[in-house]
Design a protein around this ligand. Sequence first.
Ligand code: ME8
Length: 505
Amino acid sequence: MEKKIYITTPLYYINASPHIGHAYTTIAADVYARYFKLRGKDVFFLTGTDEHGQKIEEAAKEAGKAPKDFADEVVEKYQDLWEHLKIEYNKFIRTTDDEHKKTVQKIIENMYEKGDIYKGEYEGLYCIPCESFCLETDLLDKDSKLCPDCGREIQVVKEESYFFKLSKYADKLLNHFNQNPDFLAPKFRASEMINFIKGGLKDLSISRTAVDWGIKFPLNNEHSVYVWFDALINYVSGVGYLGDKALFNNTWPCDLHFVGKEIYKFHTIIWSAMLLSLDLQLPKKVFGHGWWTFEGEKMSKSKGNVVDPYKVIDDYGADALRFFVLREVPFGNDGDFCMHNFTEKYNNELANELGNLFSRSLKMVSKYCNHKVPVVEIKENILKEKSQEVINEFEREIEAVHFSKALNKLWELVRFTNKYIEDEAPWKLAKDDLNAVYLEEVLFNILATMRVIALLVSPFMPESSDRMLRQLGITEDKHIDILWKELPQNISIGEISVLFPKIDI
Ligand code: ME8
């Protein structure tokens, strides 16, 4: 059986409701997953929530709830948002799931038997918002004791702890990075990881005695598992590492872990070392994307400037949001979510270029061809040639996780088709009966290209793509491999309606 394409998002903390940042990673993973499905591949897409640890314990306490009850409420918000954003995941994992908890405990036992876990004492600094240990030497400001990653205050911790022998894997990790140049993506993130390892890896404290809300540490009931060690294991527990060997063998190694840049180290160094300890293959790629700010400022709950995805969905639709976040910024770079840019992109590229292409072409088919896809003899033509070129380049870009470049290519085809319409001017051809056959050929070429566009856009904008295909009279076409002759002839086109109503500025 052909291995499934296995794609993941981070497991999001449930201390607060999801915002545009969480939506971003999940949209990206969904687009990637839908693209492979369009190519006829079998995909497994895993997402979920990270529910243990001190941060959640404190947030639940503040809300006056037991941590699990608190988690149950916030999880619904995530699932509801994914539904609104048309995220087609295969499994939603929660770190409080029994199967996951058992897997974590089993894995720790195995690592202990292998000699990769030992008991010691952790004395040092801990950042609760990041749930991470940090070194005195990394501090931005030694007196105020602020976390080097998030800038918030850190705690001094001294407790008995079990340690994972992270240091043992330093050379193997460097070797792996060296021999697998596609593993660290985008490429500009590689040197920071390599330098971090070369700077000397310390063994990792993986249990806490001060934290109650966590998976019980299997070797000692007084300890709970460190929340990151717990959460990372989801990537194998979620695909049957313990209970469903067939699924596991058919998915692992993961093809792509999508993560934000701030948790890149956890995924490329700690998670990789854990996999080496378990004698499992490493994922094929870990992609660390950039961060969104809002109107120039870091999004923060206390400032009240987090972009509410529901507001954007209600006002402009899920597709417009999905499109904008991947179109606006090259995936990997940081970006600023600015409503002015959103409106401009929407009006120019969706309403004017793509929307107009559909409405003007379909109106001509309605008028000149009696609302039917004309019956023509298919000939070579420049639209067919351009479509094939764009399909090939689109595929290359999207497989390289270059979402905005893939969309650039696709818009090249949209603009090329609009130009073809201007050049061929069907409204002029229609004035002379001698041109009747040629007019139908031209309109067929346009419709066939519109089918290609509707299919290529479908990973990004699944609802709009369905509407486009319905307007073309196509009901059952979700496969891009066959090009021109797949547009059925002599079928009635669907009802013509505005795909992207223009936003008044
Ligand atoms: O870190 N811009 O969970 P988390 C872009 N539980 N992406 C953003 C973003 C922003 N402003 N804000 C959040 C955790 N994200 C751990 C992960 S994985 C085993 C455990 C996205 O709720 C981005 O993907 O803090 C980032 O890495 C993730 O949300 C952090 O989510």
